[in-house]
Design a protein around this ligand. Structure first.
Ligand SMILES: [Zn+2]
Length: 666
């Protein structure tokens, strides 16, 4: 994706004259006069491209910044800022901030009066978006001064973001060529959900595709949107992630958030967002917004805001889908003490099929067989916490009790007898990748909803919370290569529409951060000496009684915390190969570790011991340097050496003497 033609835009803009005005940089004493009451105005058509999706279509001159014509507005540094803000903030806070700025640069005109945008909207955005500005060392734009250019509700203000939360019908009326980021933060009926997913796949046809994994009991397609650089196919060594919403039909926040996420990923990819392009170019992401569309219909009939605890939870057969998976956890506990007992790829017991198996459950199991998933999250509602397996308690009376998986209790360093600190256990790392960047999960104030999970950092072992059998997460871990966590998104299971936008804002970064975790640990290919892939080879890690198996192309992914690990590859008919790998603490890209297996009775007698101890240079298991592009936002964009301007200044350089010095902090 080439960068947008910003330079052309800037070159055209700089030709026009600047306008007089009152900016902090020009008046350090802050002596700008307060805006006088607005008198009658002449309304004209709003023709600014950057503001074409505003909630109104009439504006007036002079503007609130005293710009006297459209040309003057277009040549202003304020307008240039709005045009590039999306790129500067990597998609954060947009289109909201742009629309807020438009409300000042191109004020709404109605009935011969200029109307000012609401102060409380400005204040809310400023609170939410200030960190994004801090991260790139940019000052808050002076023209988004909430006290100065905005009005109170008593003064008859309007909400410039109203349309963002409006109904789907308006979407049909949008002008073509409209920016692709327009997400409607509303509830979606089944038909609307299908339409949005299909439309998103059409808009991003080169990176997105919809497919059905089966039908619900009442015959609704279980529709998945897949995003990757080559949709429709598994690519060698590209890890696969699934995100599942609405397994309980009345817990709808996850369903909506995944519908928004689908549109967000598509739009951001098209807009050239580095992080999203990197993510989708290296990861195959499958979104199933609704696993229980029949239950949703029952809950939706009672309406948003209804906080009934169970209506619509089950599928149309009255089965709780998160209790309907094979109970392999009991199987695991029964055999765990036996020598050589394993906690992976446990077969489904025959008697499971004698019971009622929901078509939705079957569809998920079939899906898991077809795709080599590495990581997964199931999105619920009713509390605010991230839980990780096991969900079924090992307590003999099934009372709640900390019941960790082998990936947690036995540290990967167990073979060296060094106890593993809790913060370096894989399931905790996965849960924290979500909770640690979720503003409400980390909120220490009284605003926080739900049980008191704050002391635990808003993460908990499922069985330590409450125990149940037949859950989807336990099944993922014990039957497949996939690690799944459960996210409780908030206390209200069916939130009112006006809460959806905030829910999305709170969960967007946690979801991205979580999905990026699929690149932790190691990955590689297992092949024979002729280079032929070996499928179903076992990858074991000493100290963790949980193997991963290779996919049909011989590729595998093993999520592992930082540290040293002994990794063993083996397959029937071949001798074992053992390697020692060291994963540096800050490494955010899976280290590549391939294995070449020798047929039994030939080749080197037993195994190749390849101690690949790496120096402190942050190298991967094969000595490759850490990828610099994987640094978190902020770390990479520290202020430059004294005297030089921040990286984003180049966007404004061509404005000459009209450069927005008011954006500079130093
Ligand atoms: Zn639930």
């Amino acid at each position: 994706m080439p960068p947008p033609p910003l330079l052309l835009l800037l070159a055209a803009l700089v030709l026009a004259a600047a306008r007089p005005g009152c900016e902090p940089a020009w008046d350090p004493a802050g002596g700008c006069p307060r805006l006088a009451a607005v008198d009658s105005a002449t309304c004209v058509d709003l023709q600014l491209r950057t503001c074409s999706d505003a909630a109104y279509n009439q504006t007036a001159f002079p503007t609130l910044l005293e710009h006297r014509s459209r040309e003057v507005v277009e040549s202003s540094s304020e307008y240039v800022l709005l045009s590039v803000l999306h790129h500067l903030l990597e998609g954060q806070c947009n289109p909201d901030l742009r629309l807020l700025g438009c409300a000042v640069l191109a004020p709404r005109c109605q009935g011969g009066q200029v109307r000012r945008p609401c102060r409380h909207v400005c204040e809310g955005l400023r609170e939410a978006c200030q960190p994004a500005f801090d991260a790139i060392d940019m000052a808050w734009p002076y023209f988004l001064d909430c006290g100065r250019y905005f009005a109170s509700q008593q003064e008859g203000c309007y909400d410039p973001l109203e349309k963002l939360r409006g109904g789907l019908d308006e979407e049909e009326a949008l002008p073509s060529g409209h920016p692709a980021t327009f997400i409607h933060f509303t509830h979606h009926s089944y038909a609307q959900m299908v339409r949005v997913l299909k439309r998103t796949a059409a808009r991003c046809a080169h990176i997105a595709k919809t497919y059905s994994i089966g039908r619900s009991f009442d015959g609704r397609e279980l529709l998945v949107l897949e995003l990757s650089s080559r949709p429709g196919q598994h690519e060698l060594m590209e890890p696969e992630v699934k995100l599942i919403g609405n397994i309980h039909g009345n817990e709808v926040a996850g369903r909506e958030i995944l519908i928004y996420l689908a549109q967000y990923l598509c739009s951001e990819y098209l807009l050239g967002n580095d992080r999203i392009q990197r993510l989708l170019n290296t990861t195959r992401i499958h979104l199933l917004p609704s696993m229980n569309p029949d239950g949703y219909e029952v809950a939706a009939a009672e309406g948003a805001g209804y906080n009934g605890w169970t209506s619509g939870r089950q599928n149309a057969q009255n089965l709780d889908l998160n209790r309907n998976f094979p109970d392999l956890t009991s199987e695991y506990y029964r055999t765990a003490s036996a020598r050589g007992a394993r906690s992976d790829h446990i077969a489904i017991p025959q008697h499971y099929w004698w019971g009622k198996v929901a078509p939705e459950t079957k569809a998920i199991m079939k899906w898991m067989r077809a795709v080599p998933f590495v990581l997964s999250a199931s999105l619920h509602g009713g509390d605010l916490v991230v839980s990780y397996p096991f969900d079924f308690s090992k307590h003999p009376q099934e009372e709640k009790m900390f019941s960790p998986t082998p990936d947690e209790k036995a540290g990967p360093s167990a073979w060296t007898l060094v106890p593993l600190p809790p913060e370096l256990q894989m399931f905790k790392l996965l849960a924290r990748a979500y909770a640690d960047v979720h503003p409400m999960m980390m909120d220490r104030s009284e605003n926080r909803c739900g049980g008191n999970f704050l002391k635990r950092g808003s993460i908990i072992n499922g069985a330590d919370w409450y125990s149940f059998t037949g859950g989807m997460s336990d099944f993922n871990y014990l039957h497949s290569n996939c690690f799944e966590i459960t996210v409780e998104l908030g206390c209200v299971k069916f939130p009112p529409e006006e809460a959806l936008y905030t829910l999305w804002q709170h969960n967007k970064e946690p979801l991205l951060n979580f999905v990026e975790m699929v690149h932790r640990g190691i990955k590689g290919v297992v092949m024979d000496k002729f280079g032929k892939p070996v499928k179903n080879a076992r990858i074991s890690v000493k100290g963790i009684r949980h193997d991963i198996t290779t996919a049909p192309d011989g590729d595998y992914w093993r999520l592992l915390p930082p540290g040293s690990h002994i990794v063993i590859a083996q397959a029937p008919g071949y001798s074992k190969v053992i390697k020692k790998v060291t994963i540096p603490a800050r490494m955010k890209r899976a280290g590549r570790v391939d294995f070449i297996l020798q047929p039994l009775g030939t080749g080197p007698k037993n195994f190749l011991l390849g101690p690949r101890r790496n120096g402190p240079g942050g190298a991967g298991p094969h000595g490759e340097p850490e990828e610099p592009g994987q640094e978190p936002l902020g770390a990479r964009r520290l202020p430059e050496a004294s005297g030089s301007k921040p990286w984003w200044w180049s966007y404004f350089r061509s404005l000459g003497q009209h450069q927005p010095r008011w954006l500079l902090k130093y």
